[in-house]
Write a protein that binds this ligand. Structure first.
Ligand code: ADP
Ligand code: MG
Length: 391
């Protein structure tokens, strides 16, 4: 049970009833996520450490019998969109409805929905900020997948939900994302972070009850989204794949610190910095997890954890070059205000940063950040459960 999910569920129900003039058959919710550490490692088969957050996309749903999928969203920029099931096929990118339509298409293709699936009415309501790096897209996909599977009476596992949601985003919405976001939304757990090996998809769950340790995770939404974000992401991905090829490894995940000397002889200067980010970031994830395994974050362990977060930001800023002025401003301000560590989270080029803060310093940190970037929207998050049927 998540109170945050229930609030969004109520909003989705109201939207459903007002738009479709009927009661939904069920309500489903999937969370956004904060990636605590491990950025731009997921498409290099490396390690990530996300948590699902207490902000959800809920969908109220009912089956149809006429072969039509209808979708509406409180956060969409359109009214109701009707898509005949027979027409589901990836084409030009059309808009927000590509995400739920893509999930239906992926599920039918994989046999997760029956071939004669007859359609559904879906109404979404979300408290995940849209387009800010907290994975509103994965929340939209995972809530859709859970709803459609339940309507069809074919339960779907979290692993399958994540896999088909990522497939839909890659192939139908044409966004070349790795598996991080969908795995976080599908597998999230209350008061826990997920240590995910994105090569094997092994997931280890570690306690992350920050409140009990007197800590708070502050999200700082810069409210900017830079134009070159999409091309920048594709460019970084390509540089990583090219470098792995030049170095004769299946993925950058296969490199260690010792390989960086060899890499210097084979790669150009930019490629070398991209590779160095991935190698050092994977190491930071695993060191962060080792700290968690030693017990609650306090004393020297807390200092070390904070330093790893900040080192991740510096590496993303200088070596991977996916930060931006606004993200750097809020990270620096949080640290000046007394945060233990801070970093951009998500793909970068705008969106959100996070800061690990002692709860008794929260006001001070928030004040410093607000003074430095008045437009920033600040809120705290806790780790909450992954996608589930609310009602
Ligand atoms: P992020 O996943 O970090 O929020 P993305 O760019 O990956 O950012 O996804 C944002 C896009 O997902 C939006 O532009 C919109 O098309 C779609 N989207 C996400 N959530 C919703 C929602 N609740 N209603 C309508 N569209 C949404
Ligand atoms: Mg997204």
């Amino acid at each position: 049970m998540s109170i945050a999910a229930q609030e969004s569920a109520e909003e989705a129900r109201k939207l459903f009833e007002s738009v479709y003039a009927a009661a939904p058959a069920g309500i489903f919710a999937a969370p956004g996520r904060v990636n605590v550490i491990g950025e731009h490692t997921d498409y290099n088969e490396g390690f990530v450490l996300p948590m699902a957050i207490d902000r959800y996309t809920a969908v109220a749903a009912a089956p149809r019998l006429d072969g039509v999928l209808r979708v509406v969203s409180g956060q969409g920029d359109t009214g109701v969109i009707e898509i005949p099931i027979a027409n589901l096929a990836p084409g030009e990118r059309a808009g927000w409805a590509d995400y739920p339509a893509g999930v239906a298409w992926a599920m039918i293709g994989a046999g997760a929905l029956p071939g004669d699936f007859k359609g559904a009415d879906l109404a979404f309501s979300s408290r995940v900020p849209v387009g800010s790096g907290l994975s509103s897209s994965a929340a939209l996909e995972c809530s859709t997948g859970l709803a459609l599977a339940a309507l069809a009476g074919k339960p779907i596992s979290p692993a399958e939900l994540a896999r088909l949601s990522q497939y839909a985003e890659n192939e139908y919405a044409h966004v070349p994302c790795g598996p991080l976001d969908q795995l976080s939304s599908a597998f999230g757990a209350a008061d826990a972070v997920l240590h995910i090996d994105t090569r094997t998809f092994d997931i280890a769950v570690h306690p992350f009850a920050l409140g009990e340790a007197g800590l708070t995770l502050l999200v700082m939404n810069t409210k900017v989204q830079h134009q070159h974000g999409e091309s920048g992401y594709a460019d970084r991905r390509a540089a990583c794949e090219r470098s792995a090829q030049k170095l004769g490894v299946p993925a950058l995940r296969d490199l260690s610190f010792a390989d960086l000397d060899r890499a210097a002889a084979v790669l150009d200067e930019t490629e070398l910095r991209r590779v160095r980010h991935v190698v050092t970031e994977n190491d930071r994830v695993n060191r962060f997890v080792s700290l968690l395994q030693l017990g609650p974050l306090e004393g020297p362990r807390l200092n070390s954890a904070g330093e790893l977060l900040t080192a991740s930001h510096v590496s993303l800023r200088d070596d991977f070059e996916v930060s931006c002025a606004e993200l750097d401003v809020v990270v620096d301000a949080a640290l000046r205000g007394g945060a233990h560590g801070a970093r951009m989270t998500g793909g970068g080029f705008g969106g959100c940063a996070i800061a690990l803060v002692s709860t008794d310093r929260l006001d001070r940190v928030a004040e410093t950040v607000s003074e430095s970037l008045p437009q920033a929207e600040l809120f705290t998050v806790v780790a909450d459960r992954g996608a589930y049927q609310v009602l």
